[in-house]
Write a protein that binds this ligand. Structure first.
Ligand code: NAP
Length: 320
């Protein structure tokens, strides 16, 4: 039986990844910030509550990582924990950059010092590319991060490459574009649009407040994207992979689609310049050829198909 560590296991990707690894008969160890305060909502939703072993681990505390590595000697280590919101990173730049980089350094340095052959997956982000001159983005596109979050992820990405090239640590960067699901945190755009729209429909809210929606993003479906994470660690050699749908759509199109689907009038949409970010990527989409070719990863959903799934799931689970 293989053993996998997952950090950030309570989040969207952590929960879906845990479900996948449990299906594949892994022993799943979830590293959490606080043992007494684990949010099991996502595990209950996916019917995997009780099938994960939790260990308290402060990723900023080198020795607590070492202890757990020595105890379990995991085959795979998926590092998903992060302050993951671009918006919050503008409010908390120091905390975001410190946590999202120091945690990665501590994990890789522990594995190097213990001379383990644990394979590491680092959750990198398309936000690292930021201001791009040529689309689609591929694994060779230079990085120009535009937010504290993106800077933290770019730094962690280079730490991963450095440990791979200098010390032979088997570290893969999965460079994921936006991916959504019912388990997405409510502060993220797509979840907020769908949830608020349903609340408007049920007359529990009056309007949807958004920032700049004339920007484009490449969106996909989280349960499919976590399969790529797992596949990337099943290879003999570590490489970095872009995981994306390959097309971008306007945030405004998403709102139009959800409003039309739920028959909501457009005057319920309030565009608020106070919600605009200091810097914003105008358009970005990726090229997933490497992942599809080398990992045999399959993805062909249009984001409107994903929106149909999300609207159904949200409305089936909404308490009105
Ligand atoms: P998420 O739902 O926001 O979950 C983040 C996880 O990290 C949670 O389990 C949270 O645990 C933990 N965490 C957050 N801040 C932490 C901190 N300061 N110390 C320790 N743990 C902390 O994120 P996600 O959408 O699943 O994304 C997973 C990873 O992929 C993240 O690293 C994210 O940056 C990256 N990523 C996501 C996307 C996307 O579209 N979803 C795209 C590219 C990259 P608690 O329960 O303790 O809060």
């Amino acid at each position: 039986m293989k053993t996998a560590f997952i950090t950030g296991i309570t989040g969207q990707d952590g929960a879906y990844l845990a479900q996948l690894l449990i299906q594949k008969k892994y022993q799943v160890i979830g590293l959490t910030r606080s043992y007494n305060n684990i949010n099991v909502t996502n595990f209950k939703y996916l019917n995997i509550d009780g099938q994960i072993t939790f260990e308290e681990c402060d990723l900023l505390d080198f020795s607590s990582i070492i202890k757990l590595l020595l105890r379990y000697r995991p085959d795979e280590f998926y590092n998903l924990a992060a302050q993951s919101s671009v918006g919050v990173s503008f409010e908390q730049p120091i905390g975001t950059i410190n946590y999202n980089t120091q945690s990665v350094l501590n994990i890789l340095e522990s594995i190097r010092l213990l001379k383990l052959d644990t394979k590491v997956y680092q959750a990198s982000s398309s936000e690292m590319f930021g201001r791009v001159n040529t689309l689609p983005v591929n694994e060779q596109t230079p990085l120009h991060p535009l937010s504290p979050y993106a800077i933290s992820k770019a730094s962690a990405y280079w730490i991963g490459i450095n440990y791979r090239e200098s010390y032979n640590v088997n570290c893969v960067n999965g460079i994921l574009f936006n991916h959504e699901s019912y388990l997405r945190s409510p502060n993220f755009f797509v979840k907020k649009v769908i949830r608020t729209s349903l609340e408007i429909k049920h007359k529990n809210k009056d309007s949807l407040h958004v920032g700049d929606i004339d920007i484009k993003r490449d969106f996909g479906y989280a349960p499919d994207y976590v399969k790529a994470m797992w596949l990337s660690l099943q290879q003999d050699k570590p490489y970095d992979y872009i995981i994306c749908s390959g097309t971008s759509i306007y945030l405004r199109e998403i709102i139009d689609y959800v409003f039309d689907y739920l028959s909501i009038s457009k005057d319920k949409l309030i565009e608020d310049p106070a919600l605009f970010r200091p810097t914003e990527i105008v358009d970005i989409y990726g090229d997933n050829t490497k992942a599809k070719t080398m990992l045999n990863w399959e993805y062909d959903k249009s984001f409107f198909d994903v929106l149909d799934i999300l609207i159904h799931e949200e409305s089936a689970n909404m308490k009105v």
